[in-house]
Ligand binder design. Sequence first.
Ligand SMILES: [Zn+2]
Length: 223
Amino acid sequence: MSPITHFLGSWAISDATGLAHRDRNLVVWCGLLPDLDGAGIVVDMANRLLFGTETFWYGRFHHSVLHGLPGAIAIVLVVSAFATRRVHVFLWGFAIVHLHILCDLVGSRGPTPFDVWPIYYLGPFSNELTIRWAGQWQLNAWPNVAATLLLIGYILYRMVSAGRSPVSMFSERAHHAVNQTFSRRWQRLRARRGEGHWSKLLGLGGDEACKRGRAVKQENPVE
Ligand SMILES: [Zn+2]
């Protein structure tokens, strides 16, 4: 799957862990870092543009260095070293790296049916446990698009119901700006339609959620 879908999915799971803000962010990084082994694409492009030579770092290393057990252990060991609750981040991170691997196994195929990406579970040390699924769908196939849209919907829901968003990983100020914009829009929509039972059912509180989010932040600076 695309790094964006991995990011949204990792954030949605980290949101449910009950960990503090910093540790949740570290869990999200665990869900993203396996794709670091695809960074060879930058080297390939640079070599082609600058020197006119063809290299194949992307094809050679992507899915074979950080998309297996050794990569998972390396990622969570490094990331959990920065955590407050190291064991929790280690375990959540280990699970989320494996979710990343599973998502790639089912939905990261290239354009033709022959472009199936295998997972070298013991890579880069051994090709013994190479996992390949013939039903792997394309990277831009509808299940991936549907998953991305569902995750965006869930994140918007969390934004208006709990005042949380993945934007806070990068900038608190941007997070509050985005949060306020969506909460105001939700409040306006709610005012136009009345306090419907769907709002109550979903527990959506518009601006109150943003205020609640800010109140939680003031009470607990790491939240
Ligand atoms: Zn991946």
